[in-house]
Design a protein around this ligand. Structure first.
Ligand code: SF4
Length: 383
């Protein structure tokens, strides 16, 4: 068969119709979408993602008032995209005292925050009464005793595995203990790309794909909601990007089919920022950041592939800048994320998006697109 431009357009239209009609597009179809380079066709993909977003979650753009607290950047691992980590005693290393954490939470509350997002480096010295879990529990208890009204969105699947390994206990034991102490949801970070051949290059010491999926699936079964993320725009191929989407889609399908008490609340695309990251990966990638058009196309395909199962999609204003994040709201996203108040991890890698936004800045950005805004809490309940 001779493949003509018309044949391609017909295939494209069929795939987009399928997605807009809420059918599941296949991995091959998603890869086909990601490989489009013609401006007109990319415009069709954007329109389909935007239409699907409207049908799945409406026109309102949500945001959350939250604060990031990274309690330490001392980390035993050496991910090749990470400019945040330090060895103990190295210039720039920090480990917050309880009083500093409480002061940050107090300031967040004064700004109207409903959520504290807490994650940190993997620091084997962080122990309380002899255990790693003890340290994390004591962190949570201090925060929740003082600020019970703040939702604690804390500790990635990698941190769960770290605690379990340090204390020789099960993931289930760790998650249930954190939940009992006051953790109410888990950041779906450390996912990077859920393809082990990619992980071996960008984060060789991190948990593998299967362990990430196991811990997040377990969290859902135990009633702990999670987010989901993808670190994109470095060495991964379109095929690997879609493999990642497929892992998330089937994880969410399992949670739904088995009626687990919790599931994935949102998908966040995190474009690689390499300006100040270690040089090896940056040199291999050959650029500091993926181009905005590539990120936007991936944003649209994420909506088309995942939207039926994960309806909320958030761009990262830290990585894209506020203008880039606003643009992504026309490519399938419906949420502008949080105020954050202090963002270190990406800013230390050279991102120029800033370390925090005010509520007015988020609202004005949404309003400038002629879309309504609405504050939400971590679990997407409207406030
Ligand atoms: S990304 Fe996380 S686990 Fe990897 S080196 Fe940085 S702080 Fe450590």
């Amino acid at each position: 068969m001779i493949i003509t431009t018309q044949t391609h357009t017909n295939s494209l239209t069929k795939i987009l119709d399928k997605a807009v009609n809420q059918a599941e597009i296949t991995q091959e179809e998603a890869i086909f979408l990601l490989k489009q380079t013609d401006i007109e066709k990319i415009h069709l993909i954007r329109s389909a993602a935007d239409q699907l977003r409207f049908e799945q979650v409406g026109n309102t753009v949500t945001y959350v008032i939250n604060r990031n607290i990274n309690f330490t950047n001392i980390c035993e691992q050496h991910c090749s995209f990470c400019a945040f980590r330090r060895d103990e005693g190295e210039t720039g290393a920090f480990w917050l005292a309880t009083e500093q954490i409480l002061a940050k939470a107090q300031a967040a509350l004064q700004e109207g925050a409903t959520e504290i997002c807490m994650q940190g480096g993997l620091n084997p010295q962080a122990r309380y009464q002899g255990t790693s879990l003890g340290y994390y529990l004591q962190l949570i208890k201090v925060l929740k005793q003082t600020f019970p009204q703040l939702h604690l969105h804390a500790f990635s699947p990698q941190e769960i595995q770290f605690i379990a390994r340090e204390d020789q206990i099960s993931y289930e034991n760790v998650i249930q203990s954190l939940q009992a102490a006051g953790v109410e949801s888990m950041p779906g970070t450390a996912a990077e790309v859920l393809v082990d051949s990619v992980r071996k290059i960008i984060c060789p010491e991190k948990i593998n794909s299967q362990t990430w999926l196991e811990i997040v699936g377990l969290a859902h079964r135990l009633g702990l909601p999670t987010t989901s993320t993808m670190l994109c725009g470095h060495i991964e191929t379109p095929e690997q990007q879609v493999q990642h989407f497929e892992q998330l889609r089937s994880l969410q399908q399992t949670a739904l089919e088995k009626a687990y008490p919790a599931r994935i609340t949102e998908f966040i695309l995190l474009p690689f920022v390499g300006q100040d990251a270690p040089k090896a990966l940056k040199n291999r990638v050959g650029r500091d950041q993926p181009s905005l058009p590539n990120t936007l196309l991936l944003t649209a395909v994420a909506r088309l592939y995942l939207g039926k199962f994960i309806p909320h999609h958030q761009p990262s204003w830290v990585k894209l800048g506020l203008e880039g994040a606003k643009e992504a709201l026309a490519w399938g996203c419906d949420d502008l994320g949080g105020t954050l108040m202090e963002e270190h991890i990406t800013t230390m890698a050279g991102a120029k998006g800033g370390t925090g936004l005010t509520v007015s800045e988020l609202q004005n950005a949404i309003q400038s697109l002629n879309r309504p805004y609405q504050q939400r809490n971590t679990l997407y309940q409207l406030i």
